[in-house]
Design a protein around this ligand. Structure first.
Ligand code: ZN
Length: 352
C-alpha cells in the first residue's frame, strides 16, 4: 500500500457563500456551495490510509500575477470592501472599445466578468486565494517528489477564469496556476474532464507549445460556455497544435466517454510526452448532476480514475465542478481511489 495522497484544503475556502445566481433570467439557488467541499472532505477524511488532509501555504502573489491581469486583482480587492452580507452581481457588461473600466469601482465589475452567475462579496478574494493555494501547493509537493500524485480540493473552482475575466463560478484559474508552476520544470499536459469546457485554461496557454490542453466536454453549441470548446480551436502561433477540444453530445454515457478518452485524449497526451499531468477534475459529468448533461455512473469514475492513474505521470488533480452535493464526496473518492490503484499498476503502453 503506497503513501496516502495529500489533499490540500484550507478552511477559509468555506467563508465564501454565494447565495443565488441569475440563470436564464431566473434567480436560482447558487449551486457552488460550501457543502460541495464539505461533502468531499467528509468522504476523504473517512479514508485515513488513502488520504491525508493538509492545509496549504498561502499562494505567492507572483504565481497569480503571472496569469491574471492586475486589474482583475484590483477588482477582487475592491470587493473586499463590500459590507458583510452584501453580494454584488454584475448586470452591465460593456463591450465598447471606449469603456474605461475602473476596477476600484465595484459597479464596473461587468467589465471583468462574462456571465451573471459569478458574484463578488467581501470574502471572494480570500476564498479564491486559498483555493489557488491548494493547487499551487499540490504542484510544489509534486515537483519536490513528496508524492506521486496530489489532490487540490480547490473551491471555488477555476477553469473558466481567463487572464482578464472571471465567470463560471471561477475567479483564479487554479489548474493553470499548478500548470504554470510545473511548466518551469518540464512540459505539462492539462486534461480537463469537467462537463464544461475549460475556456480559461485554454486561453491562458493558447500560444504555449510547452503546455498541452486537452478537454472532453459537453458540446458548446448547446452547453455553457457556448463561445469556446469547439474542435477547430487548436492553439495559436507557437501553440498551434497544442490544444485539443473533444466536445460530446448531451446524455453521453460512460462507454462513449471512455472511448473518446482512450482513442483521442490519451494518445494525444502520450505523443506530447509531458513530464507532468494536471487534471482539471470536474465531476459534473455524473448522471445525477443537476448542471451537467452527461450520464456517467459511479463505476465509470472508478474506470476513469484507474485509466488516468495508469498513464504513470506525476499528476496534480485539481477539483473543478460537481454539483450533486449529496453524492459528490463519494464520486470524488471513487475517482481518486481508482487513480491510486491505476498508479500502482503497470503503466499503460504508448498505444492503447
Ligand atoms: Zn463544470
Amino acid at each position: 500500500m503506497s503513501e496516502p495522497t495529500p489533499v490540500f484544503f484550507h478552511e477559509v475556502q468555506l467563508e465564501f457563500k454565494p447565495l443565488y445566481e441569475w440563470a436564464f433570467g431566473e434567480r436560482i439557488a447558487h449551486p457552488e456551495t460550501t457543502a460541495r467541499a464539505e461533502s468531499i472532505l467528509s468522504a476523504l477524511s473517512a479514508e485515513e490510509r488513502k488520504f491525508r488532509i493538509v492545509a496549504p501555504k498561502s499562494v505567492p502573489l507572483g504565481a497569480i500575477r503571472k496569469l491574471h491581469n492586475y486589474q482583475l486583482l484590483t477588482l477582487y480587492n475592491t470587493a473586499t470592501q463590500l459590507p458583510q452580507g452584501t453580494t454584488f452581481y454584475p448586470s452591465v457588461f460593456p463591450k465598447s472599445e471606449q469603456a474605461r473600466p475602473d476596477p476600484t469601482n465595484i459597479q464596473h465589475a461587468g467589465c471583468f466578468c462574462f456571465d451573471s452567475g459569478t458574484p463578488l462579496n467581501a470574502m471572494t478574494l480570500e476564498a479564491a486565494s486559498w483555493s489557488a493555494a491548494c493547487a499551487h501547493e499540490a504542484a510544489t509537493y509534486l515537483r519536490r517528489k513528496q508524492a506521486r500524485s496530489t489532490y487540490a480540493l480547490s473551491r471555488p473552482p477555476g477553469h473558466h477564469a481567463t487572464s482578464k475575466h472571471f465567470g463560471g463560478y471561477s475567479y483564479f484559474n487554479n489548474a493553470a496556476i499548478a500548470a504554470r508552476y510545473l511548466r518551469r520544470h518540464g512540459r505539462v499536459a492539462v486534461l480537463d474532464i469537467d462537463f464544461h469546457h475549460g475556456n480559461g485554461t485554454q486561453q491562458l496557454f493558447y500560444n504555449d507549445p510547452n503546455v498541452l490542453f486537452v478537454s472532453i466536454h459537453g458540446d458548446p453549441r448547446e452547453f455553457y460556455p457556448y463561445f469556446s470548446g469547439h474542435p477547430n480551436e487548436c492553439g495559436k502561433g507557437r501553440g498551434d497544435g497544442f490544444n485539443l477540444n473533444l466536445p460530446l453530445p448531451g446524455a453521453c454515457d460512460g462507454q462513449e466517454y471512455m472511448r473518446v478518452l482512450r482513442e483521442h485524449a490519451i494518445p494525444t497526451i502520450q505523443n506530447f510526452g509531458p513530464e507532468y499531468l494536471v487534471i482539471s477534475a470536474g465531476h459534473d459529468t455524473y448522471a445525477k448532476d443537476p448542471i451537467g448533461h452527461f450520464a456517467l455512473e459511479e463505476a465509470d469514475f472508478d474506470e476513469l480514475g484507474e485509466t488516468l492513474g495508469r498513464l504513470g505521470y506525476p499528476t496534480v488533480i485539481v477539483q473543478e465542478g460537481g454539483y450533486c452535493t449529496r453524492l459528490l464526496g463519494r464520486i470524488v473518492r471513487i475517482f481518486l481511489t481508482g487513480f491510486q490503484r491505476g498508479q500502482e499498476r503497470d503503466p499503460l503502453s504508448h498505444k492503447i
